[in-house]
Ligand binder design. Structure first.
Ligand code: SF4
Length: 198
């Protein structure tokens, strides 16, 4: 079972083409300025079987990629690897994954090799607000974009340094979900708004 914080089917804000995203619940890192602090605590959220999550993420037939984020995907590496395998049994897909770990630190970590084997791109390292240069899909310039296959080689420049984008999705309960790595001005504005309304 995968402990899922949130999903989004069909976005252009988190990588090449039209993608679906899963954010997992729970992260051992507490990066200052994390855009998703509500997904840091290790607590039960929505528990979903890998095959059911794959079906959910592929609900839009136009989706050509998955993005795994969080929270910390490597905390649930085996379940996510099973989900990607189930999704790829249905459709050819590219897969991008964020992690706060460095790639070199993942050696020997339970489940990590299995998930890494399914990834096309790993964006690694913790978010460092003072090094957020407002470029690319990585949140700050200490993070690295690793192409583990050549599938997304054509998007290398955009992933590394392209313009950022973000989408606001309305949930059924009237709350909004921010999808993407937002430009700093937007993140700062939303942070200020959140403080005002708290
Ligand atoms: S690793 Fe990512 S999810 Fe975890 S605290 Fe840092 S920015 Fe947030």
């Amino acid at each position: 079972m995968i402990n899922v914080a949130e999903t989004c089917v069909g976005t252009r804000a988190l990588g090449d083409g039209l993608r679906s995203v899963v954010w997992v619940q729970g992260c051992p890192f507490h990066c200052r300025g994390c855009i998703a602090p509500q997904w840091i605590p290790f607590r039960p959220a929505r528990r979903v079987e890998p095959a059911a999550l794959a079906a959910e993420l592929l609900a839009d037939p136009r989706v050509t990629g998955l993005t795994l984020s969080g929270g910390e995907p490597m905390e649930q590496a085996s379940g996510l690897a099973a989900m990607v395998r189930a999704a790829r049994a249905e459709r050819e897909l590219s897969v991008i994954c964020f992690t706060g770990h460095r790639l070199a630190e993942l050696s020997g970590r339970p489940g990590a090799a299995g998930l890494l084997a399914e990834l096309d791109v790993l964006i690694d390292g913790r978010y460092v607000r003072s090094r957020d240069d407002d470029r690319g899909l990585r949140g700050s310039d200490n993070q690295r974009v690793h192409h583990l296959t050549g599938r997304l080689a054509g998007s290398a420049a955009a992933l590394e340094a392209g313009p950022r984008g973000a989408e606001l999705r309305m949930r059924g309960d009237g709350t909004a979900l921010l999808v993407g790595v937002p430009p700093r001005a937007l993140a700062d504005g939303l942070g200020a708004l959140a403080k005002e309304t708290a």
